[in-house]
Design a protein around this ligand. Structure first.
Ligand SMILES: Cc1cc2nc3c(=O)[nH]c(=O)nc-3n(C[C@H](O)[C@H](O)[C@H](O)COP(=O)(O)O)c2cc1C
Length: 302
């Protein structure tokens, strides 16, 4: 094996390997991680020698500029593209038939915007399942089917998303939902249905996943907004990371406003431990990962 000491006697190819190996070790990475790192470095190249040093967010933002992201799908390839699965498959797991969603009361958009707020306290009363279904359906349900991506009936959702690809999935930990056993469920809008992912009391695990958010223990329901990168990356490439998080924000506001209409107390939570949350949902944390929590219940409590 080539050592640092005899590096001057190796030929050019070996020297490149040596450099990669040393660089990878210095960064705590593997050699196979270096192409991704180099693509970052290329995208982040600073022409101006007087520019201030890059911060982590500069690296990310500079790499995700449209002028640098050159792996979006070719328009000709798009002509023949087929849509990816629009929701998690979760094959072999039971799904629940859902009650009719609680209808949204007559509330003007202006009133909903005015009355919306975040609350970390909830009444010690169960959240009715029909209300939870009303939240899912009202904020994220399918409102139509239209021709798109070479199929006649591509689903159109209540929350807009880049290219209509809807990369955000909704899971819910039901702590105290009347008509729903305690456990973890995935909302699949095509049913619509809730697919059982896990069962049992998960209050402790949810509170542990939050950072300085013990109050999550008492939330009757905690939604997890997850990003499915494969659903968007085939079309938007590296830039998908930006689009997906804009979609997540849009959906979050839908959730806030629909929850307000339904008279719920809610709070978005970005302060959570990624690994704990992904483990809880059995996501790999790479192609699919949790990006936000959203607690809800009936208003009340202290
Ligand atoms: C993306 C996002 C992340 C948030 N994360 C947290 C959080 O981790 N913990 C928390 O207590 N509140 C969180 N909130 C709630 C904000 O603190 C709250 O929206 C803000 O204080 C304004 O109050 P309002 O929602 O009542 O208007 C979050 C809100 C959003 C939109």
């Amino acid at each position: 094996m080539t050592t640092v000491e005899n590096a001057d006697v190796v030929d050019e190819g070996q020297e490149a390997d040596l450099t990669d190996d040393r660089l990878a070790r210095a960064l705590g990475l593997r050699v196979c991680d270096l192409p991704a790192l180099r693509s970052f470095a290329d995208g982040a190249a600073v022409a101006d020698p007087d520019a201030p040093p890059l911060r982590p967010r500069d690296l990310l933002h500079r790499r995700l500029r449209s002028s640098v992201c050159d792996d979006m799908i070719d328009p000709r390839a798009l002509q023949a593209a087929r849509p990816r699965p629009a929701e998690p498959a979760l094959t072999g797991r039971p799904s629940l038939l859902l009650p009719q969603p609680e209808p949204l009361p007559d509330i003007t958009l202006a009133d909903a915007i005015e009355q919306r707020g975040s609350s970390t306290t909830y009444a010690a009363r169960p959240l009715p399942l029909a209300t939870l279904v009303g939240l899912f359906e009202g904020a994220a349900g399918i409102r139509d089917h239209r021709p798109g991506y070479n199929v006649r009936d591509f689903p159109v959702r209540r929350a807009p998303s880049a290219g209509g690809l809807a990369p955000i999935d909704l899971y819910v930990v039901a702590n105290d939902v009347a008509g729903l056993d305690q456990g973890l469920y995935c909302y699949r809008p095509s049913g619509p249905e809730l697919t059982v992912v896990d069962s049992g009391n998960m209050r402790g695990k949810v509170a542990d996943a939050g950072i300085a958010a013990d109050w999550l223990f008492h939330a009757p329901a905690v939604l997890f907004l997850t990003v499915n990168m494969e659903r968007v990356e085939w079309k938007y490439g590296v830039r998908s990371y930006r689009y997906a998080h804009v979609d997540l924000g849009v959906l979050t506001q839908n959730l806030y406003l629909v929850a307000t209409g339904l008279g719920l107390a809610t709070c978005a939570v970005a302060a959570f431990d990624d690994d704990s949350a992904n483990d809880l949902l059995r996501l790999d944390g790479r192609d699919a990962f949790v990006s936000l929590l959203f607690a809800c219940g009936l208003p009340g409590g202290r």
